[in-house]
Write a new protein. Structure first.
Length: 236
């Protein structure tokens, strides 16, 4: 699929997502786990089978989900009522109440912001080469300063079967590398790669659009997150 058609297709899917997926959180959240991010987290939320829904069942704690499809890490458009499209603005005022924050983001900045081509400047704005600065490390630092442990997750990879995200592989790999360096700087920050989650040739982890996670995909992502949280909280 040509790149410009891929981008148009993605925008169409994102707008569909916005019509059915949004912020799903209590007005005064008091919970141990907060989820922030884009459609990787929000997808399947209308059927209550998003990543956060699975996490809540497995962890047996309330999980508050503020993720919004099509959200970006760097979002400055003055759209009224669209604060959720800025991932940093998804953080509620009571962020100090969270033991864990599960976070993703940056994919839409690269996809819609520079089309996964000539993205060096955008990549640097998301996270520096050593993971010490940029929109993602800055948000993680804010969350850590409020006492939360942070899990930053990478993205699903294309199974190599005509997905519109096929040509974003190099950018995805570089973002993962920078996120891993960011996490290595702080014992309370964890990078969770999803690069090996989807077997080559297996469509079942993706939704019909071959971009977003299927119900199976959301379940698999949540399982890895739950395993990381439970492993990190086990007494030594």
């Amino acid at each position: 699929m040509p790149q410009f058609l891929s981008r148009l297709f993605y925008i169409f899917c994102a707008m569909l997502a916005l019509s059915g997926c949004g912020e799903r959180a209590p007005q005064n959240p008091k919970s141990g786990v907060l989820v922030m991010g884009d459609s990787l987290m929000a997808w399947n939320g209308t059927s209550q089978r998003a990543v956060s829904d699975v996490m809540e069942k497995r962890l047996q704690v309330e999980v508050t989900d503020r993720s919004v499809s099509a959200a970006r890490m760097i979002y400055r458009l003055p759209v009224s009522g669209a604060a959720g499209l800025s991932i940093p603005k998804q953080m509620p005022k009571g962020a100090g109440d969270w033991d864990w924050v599960v976070l993703n983001g940056g994919g839409n900045d690269l996809w819609l912001g520079c089309g996964c081509t000539a993205c060096r400047r955008k990549m640097d704005r998301l996270a520096s080469g050593d993971g010490s600065s940029g929109a993602i490390p800055d948000l993680v630092t804010r969350l850590r300063n409020k006492g939360a442990k942070v899990i930053y997750t990478g993205y699903l990879r294309s199974p190599g079967l005509g997905s519109p995200i096929e040509y974003c592989k190099d950018e995805g790999e570089e973002l993962d590398r920078r996120a891993a360096r960011m996490a290595a700087r702080d014992d309370g920050v964890y990078f969770l790669s999803l690069a090996d989650l989807v077997p080559h040739g297996d469509r079942s982890y993706h939704a019909f659009d071959m971009i977003h996670p299927s119900v199976k995909g959301s379940d698999a992502i949540a399982t890895r997150i739950v395993d990381l949280i439970t492993g990190a909280t086990q007494p030594e």
